[in-house]
Design a protein around this ligand. Structure first.
Ligand SMILES: Nc1nc2c(ncn2[C@@H]2O[C@H](COP(=O)(O)OP(=O)(O)OP(=O)(O)O)[C@@H](O)[C@H]2O)c(=O)[nH]1
Ligand SMILES: [Mg+2]
Ligand SMILES: [Zn+2]
Length: 304
């Protein structure tokens, strides 16, 4: 008699925590899975195949080809944020005031991953949001969509952007990503209430990415707030293309290998001389390049 084949199943990764992840199968059952040893990273949003090892448990054997992959990377490791998303919503706010350098890095990561972006300026009920919205005019003029809303008073303003998309909310801690999820997804509240590791602070900081189906169609992924956003996987050419004001100028400097530093005839510096915000963003772009020079060659993760 032959051994019965080991049972395998497939599903969507709805939460990921390092080597462990939760996979939801076609019947809606959730499996606690672990990836094999040195296998590639598994991201929230991935479609995976897994071998059943025990009731409710499995080992992930393979990841289906991804339509997109958003990740950040530093000198030591890459961190996959979400797979198969087609919209990155960068959540900012006026209190605490968002840091523009992180917004810039989030936008660059999304552009490099080929994913549409939306900037959601939350906490419009607070007076400080006027200053935040004013700062965002520059991005609006670059053609990036910006919307203001207050998660505490409902997230309806966001719903039309999210409908039928797979979106990921990213941004600094405390901007209101999880509060937005709670406003958008009726039964989410119980699950966003996890306390942070330093739970004596009583703050409900999100510690892992999690997928939520939207009642009207589509899904939205909550993600942990970030302090830093490494872009070691992007080279100068990628970055030129990922900064909307510089992309049209790329390749037009006098020297074809221009680093946009002290070289004469630099088109990016010419723009920076006219536009202070572009000057600031060019400094940030060059900082990323300098960071990347300090580390060895970085392997890009595959698209699946
Ligand atoms: N006034 C005001 N406060 C808000 C609004 N949205 C969220 N907050 C508050 O901002 C704080 C942080 O909200 P969270 O939703 O936990 O922020 P987060 O972006 O998920 O933070 P991390 O999980 O740490 O990344 C909470 O105290 C919320 O009540 C808003 O629209 N207006
Ligand atoms: Mg959160
Ligand atoms: Zn140049």
């Amino acid at each position: 008699m032959r051994e019965p084949a080991a049972r395998t199943d497939s599903g969507r990764v709805v939460a990921s925590f390092g080597r462990r992840h939760e996979v939801r199968d076609a019947e809606g059952r959730v499996w606690a899975c672990v990836r094999r040893g040195r296998q590639q990273d598994v991201a929230c949003g991935d479609l995976v195949r897994f071998a059943v090892t025990a009731p409710g448990q499995g080992v992930t054997e393979g990841v289906e080809a991804r339509s997109s992959l958003l990740y950040r990377s530093d000198a030591f490791r890459q961190k996959v944020l979400a797979a198969n998303a087609d919209l990155v919503v960068v959540v900012v706010a006026g209190r605490p005031m968002f840091r523009e350098i992180l917004l810039t890095r989030c936008l660059a990561a999304a552009a490099a991953a080929g994913i549409e972006v939306l900037i959601a300026c939350n906490k419009q009920d607070l007076a400080e949001s006027a200053e935040a919205m004013a700062q965002l005019d520059y991005y609006r003029n670059l053609g990036i969509r910006v919307t203001g809303l207050s998660a505490l008073h409902g997230a309806q303003a966001l719903a039309p952007y999210l409908q039928d998309h797979v979106s990921i909310l990213v941004g600094e801690s405390g901007m209101g990503k999880s509060t937005l999820i709670n406003a958008l997804v009726p039964d989410a509240a119980t699950r966003t209430g996890e306390l942070s590791a330093g739970s004596e602070t009583g703050r409900h900081t999100t510690t892992s990415a999690r997928w939520y189906d939207l009642p009207g169609g589509g899904a939205v992924i909550d993600s942990p707030g970030m302090q830093v956003f490494g872009l070691q996987h992007l080279d100068l050419h990628d970055l030129e293309q990922a900064f909307a004001e510089f992309a049209p100028l790329a390749g037009q400097c006098r020297f074809s290998d221009c680093q946009h530093g002290d070289e004469p005839g630099c088109r990016l510096k010419e723009l920076a001389a006219r536009e202070p915000r572009a000057a600031q963003r060019l400094v940030w772009l060059r900082e990323i390049v300098a960071e990347n020079r300090r580390v060895a060659h970085w392997e890009r993760p595959g698209q699946g």
